[in-house]
Design a binder for this molecule. Structure first.
Ligand SMILES: NC(=O)c1ccc[n+]([C@@H]2O[C@H](COP(=O)([O-])OP(=O)(O)OC[C@H]3O[C@@H](n4cnc5c(N)ncnc54)[C@H](OP(=O)(O)O)[C@@H]3O)[C@@H](O)[C@H]2O)c1
Length: 308
């Protein structure tokens, strides 16, 4: 198989580079710009000097450019890790969020339909949230996003389904990795530098180590005929407060006093879901995937961060 990865220099894209480093399949890594010097150094420390750090430039908002790469490289599958991921920023950049999260996935779907290929697309738990759930969200549950990011991601899913291509949509949540900016890295910094910290306890979900998601994607690609929507996060449930407590504990930064607070103490342009735990029964049953518990994966990521 020849598999094209978009957004290869983001959190998930970089983990795809690591997970596929000795794959028999041919992976092509694409993004809008080259990988940063810092990311390349991190990749080499984590996975060895022979890791593929090359980036072919591909803007997924341009259908003709996608078609050209798909044809030239004989691409059978695309893993779309590119997106507009700034949840607050989407409220004031609706056009860009719509272009990247709704229109661009449609471009990728069209390109895959034309060659009989498969699109593996990553979506989000933020397609849910307006309704007050208290049980894990299933794949067929109605999307009720609270903001522009979630809405544009939901429209992206619908565009892919309507295209008629073979697709696998994976909704994930609270993604973090050694790469890029994320909650774990922010909290490592804050717990190391502040004597006290307030973190919300009234938003509940499950963190996802991007490495684990990348491993799941690779397993799914071997059974890619199972078109549909799936949910993937790590196992377990926590609030952002609990998440922060474990980040501090695993990094040994116990001097910072961490307190639970309500979301209204941190006003933001968009209301986050109060409960967006994803039910992973379907992905586990269909693909036989074993999902690591969230604290085990968090520990691994922090160990890696300490080494790079
Ligand atoms: N982060 C989360 O907490 C979270 C939670 C749930 C679901 N997700 C979903 O998981 C997926 C991966 O997220 P992530 O956190 O790995 O994303 P990320 O780190 O923001 O990476 C996205 C990558 O896409 C690139 N990109 C931007 N515009 C592009 C374009 N026009 N064409 C091609 N590439 C473009 C970005 O480049 P620049 O950086 O140069 O713009 C970046 O390298 C996304 O679909 C996201 O919606 C994320």
């Amino acid at each position: 198989m020849t598999i094209l990865v978009t957004g290869a220099n983001g959190q998930l894209g970089n983990e795809m580079r690591i997970v596929t480093r000795s794959s028999k399949d041919h992976y092509i890594f694409t993004d809008v710009v080259d990988a940063s010097v810092e990311s390349i150094a991190m990749l080499q420390k984590l996975a060895g000097n022979d890791i593929n750090t090359d980036t072919i430039h591909l803007d997924i908002t341009n259908l003709d450019d996608i078609r050209k790469v798909v044809k030239a490289e004989g691409v059978n599958a695309i893993v779309n890790c590119a997106a507009y991921t700034n949840v607050d920023g989407a409220e004031s950049n609706q056009e860009l969020a719509e272009l990247l999260n709704s229109q661009a996935p449609k471009n990728l779907a069209i390109a895959m339909k034309e060659v009989g290929g498969t699109l593996v697309h990553i979506s989000t738990d933020y397609v849910f949230g307006k309704e007050p759930y208290n049980t894990p969200c299933k794949e067929d549950q109605k999307g009720t996003p609270t903001g522009v990011y979630g809405l544009t991601k939901l429209l992206g899913e619908q565009n892919i389904i309507q295209s008629g291509c073979n697709y696998i949509i994976i909704r994930t949540a609270w993604l973090y990795s050694e790469f890029g900016k994320n909650f774990v890295k922010t909290m490592l910094n804050l717990t190391a530098t502040k004597p006290e910290l307030k973190v919300v306890f009234d938003q509940v979900g499950t963190p996802t180590y991007a490495y684990d998601l990348a491993e799941a994607i690779v397993a799914i690609l071997q059974k890619k005929e199972n078109t549909g929507i799936y949910h993937f996060s790590n196992e377990g449930v926590c609030s952002w407060f609990d998440f922060t407590k474990m980040i501090a504990e695993y990094s040994g930064q116990t001097a910072c006093s961490i307190h639970p607070c309500h979301s209204d103490e941190f006003p933001s342009p968009v209301k986050r879901p109060a409960f967006s735990v994803l039910d992973k029964t379907k992905i586990k049953q269909t693909f036989g995937i074993a999902v690591p518990y969230w604290t085990d994966s968090l520990k691994k990521c922090i160990i890696n961060l300490n080494h790079i």
